[in-house]
Design a protein around this ligand. Structure first.
Ligand code: SF4
Ligand code: SF4
Length: 158
């Protein structure tokens, strides 16, 4: 009899605790947002898709086609082709980024000795056709120009 009473008491206490949590959340500020109308501000070090940002003055990217990012990538997400310039020096021809393979580990950005590669905050990457996830970063002259020291997190600032 005593054991039953104790069990009933404990069940009532636990029930009240649960209802207390529900009541508290009823008046708490919602943590969700009405996406896509509302957007959250991403932390600076958010790892979105890669970019080769360009200097706003010179319009040039910093990639020297050293291939270190391609070599360090654990899953072959980066394929770089090079060509000789007029002076016979090796320069970047095509920087193919396979977004469909990328795990956003950030190794390529950390490895780049010229601070040429950045992870943007871009995360809305859904496409109907997988071929839309094969990007040619050196062609993106407009998208990231203004973000060279802006929206794109700098390794120096991080
Ligand atoms: S992005 Fe950096 S690491 Fe990759 S090829 Fe260009 S300079 Fe080298
Ligand atoms: S973030 Fe990681 S997986 Fe993605 S391209 Fe860079 S090294 Fe490869």
């Amino acid at each position: 009899m005593l054991a039953m009473a104790r069990e009933s008491w404990e069940a009532s206490v636990n029930l009240c605790k649960g209802l207390g949590v529900t009541l508290k959340q009823l008046f708490a500020k919602p943590v969700t947002v009405q996406y896509p109308e509302e957007r959250v501000v991403w932390p600076d070090r958010t790892r979105g898709r890669l970019a080769l940002p360009r200097d706003p003055q010179t319009q040039a990217h910093r990639c020297t086609a050293c291939l270190m990012c391609e070599k360090i990538c654990p899953n072959g997400s980066i394929e770089i082709t090079t060509r000789p310039n007029e002076a016979g020096k090796r320069v970047l021809d095509d920087y193919v980024f396979h977004l469909e393979r990328c795990t956003f580990c950030g190794l390529c950005v950390e490895t780049c000795p010229f601070d040429a590669l950045r992870m943007t905050h871009e995360h809305e990457i859904a496409v109907r056709d997988r071929s839309g996830l094969v990007l040619h970063l050196q062609q993106e002259t407009q998208v990231f120009n203004e973000a060279w020291r802006g929206a794109l997190p700098s390794k120096k600032d991080a």
